[in-house]
Design a protein around this ligand. Sequence first.
Ligand SMILES: Cc1cc2nc3c(=O)[nH]c(=O)nc-3n(C[C@H](O)[C@H](O)[C@H](O)COP(=O)(O)OP(=O)(O)OC[C@H]3O[C@@H](n4cnc5c(N)ncnc54)[C@H](O)[C@@H]3O)c2cc1C
Length: 481
Amino acid sequence: MLPEHADVVIVGGGSCGCVLAARLSDDPARTVLLLEEGAAFGSPSAVPREIRDVATLPVGPESPWVTHYPGRLTAAVDATVTRGRVLGGSGAVNGAYFVRARPEDFRHWPAAWSYAEVLPSFREIENDIDFTGELHGESGPIPVGRVARERMHPVSRAFTDAADTAGFVPVADLNAPGPEGVGPVPLNVRGGVRTSPLLAHLLPVLHRPNLTVGGGTRVDRIVVSNGRAVGVEITGADGPRRISSGRVIVSAGAVQSPRLLMLSGIGPVGELRRLGIEPVLDLPGVGHGYSDHPEALIPYRFRPEVPAHSVLLEVALHTENLELRPYTTAFGSVIPGSGVADPVLGVVLTRPRSRGRIVFDERDPAAAPLLDYRYLTDPADREALDEGVRLAADLLAGMDDVVEAGSVEVGRSRLGTSLHLSGTCRMGDDDRAVVDEWCGVRGIEGLNIVDTSVFPRVPSRGPHATAVMLAHRVALLGDAL
Ligand SMILES: Cc1cc2nc3c(=O)[nH]c(=O)nc-3n(C[C@H](O)[C@H](O)[C@H](O)COP(=O)(O)OP(=O)(O)OC[C@H]3O[C@@H](n4cnc5c(N)ncnc54)[C@H](O)[C@@H]3O)c2cc1C
């Protein structure tokens, strides 16, 4: 039974929503209501096997745990873009690669988010199994570990050796600042279980009387009165209703957070009018100028004796603007129904310049929007990605222990996305910024956005660890939000 009122309503029980709900309900005097559109679970044992098991990515066409959006990567390449829609969100279904943003990434953030300021939160969220010392936490909820070389898949070892031979620096800890190079990826996995904020933060505190989680509950609109967010309109099992609150925190993810703002009349005023939505506040940056990582996938075949494996990615190579990912398994084996039969080597552009926008349907603004990535519109991006593909082909040529002779098909590489969407409601103090440095929506009291939408730009690594850090740090503000 959902309450009529909560001190804080959190919209979206994904990676950030789970962290916020757990931390804000640490104070028994504060009532917290977490609303999640997808299914919810009342205990760890109720979480389905495919969400726990890191050997599966339950994001295929039949998955009940995700939403698929239409995406246009370039004028010539379309894609289906997946986001989690389940308690735990995208973090509950992701690749479990838990790597921090680099110190230089935070130069694009407001000063309150310098690397020195965020490091304590990166430490507090983790329990690093391999490293201790001033860079690492030992008692946080998220276990972070790396696969030891002797347990690695032959592809991971062969790739590391090829990168070594090509002169790249070995890096034991990719979560430490320092030179770029090749090394084992940090994973939020314990005993084969994808240990996301759902399992690590939220489920252990579900018994709290001041915390309510409403699964199967969609927030349709934020209610704003006299410049202040005062509640939400929802559709749940009992139909539509309104819940009042002292504060609304939107953590609906990088697609749905800007969409919910738009449906609530907060966004570019011309666009709102065109969509037939009564404007509440003109914020031109909503849904505009986002970034994500373009990823070229080079198909090849394993030699017949190479075994199948369970952790999709064990090592990565970083250069100034690229990440090379030797996936250990064909996507078709871990993503039911994905249809990708060959193994691939991923070439990721980590600091893209091109920016995308979310396009709403003029006939039905409540329908799934189109994600218009505009990848590679900046010629420098295309050049850098092409260079990355050449580097990858060279490395694959040195991996003949595992790669079947003649099977690397650079010409059949296809452009994809790493699903690291960021910056659809970005943080800052310029005209296009949507939230201030503490994630408050500019121009509206009592309303925050806390998820990867607010990243000023996509970090040069996977965003998950940085998203968890963001939510952890914002929650420290508590009533001062
Ligand atoms: C398949 C996949 C693999 C990935 N792999 C990696 C990886 O290995 N490493 C990495 O760093 N990053 C990875 N990512 C990205 C990373 O998981 C996400 O960036 C991160 O989890 C986003 O967290 P979030 O809190 O911003 O949003 P989400 O976790 O997406 O949470 C948003 C939640 O809000 C809910 N919601 C939306 N609208 C409403 C509404 N109106 N009412 C109520 N609820 C609503 C959604 O159902 C969802 O549960 C991956 C992403 C995907 C999709």
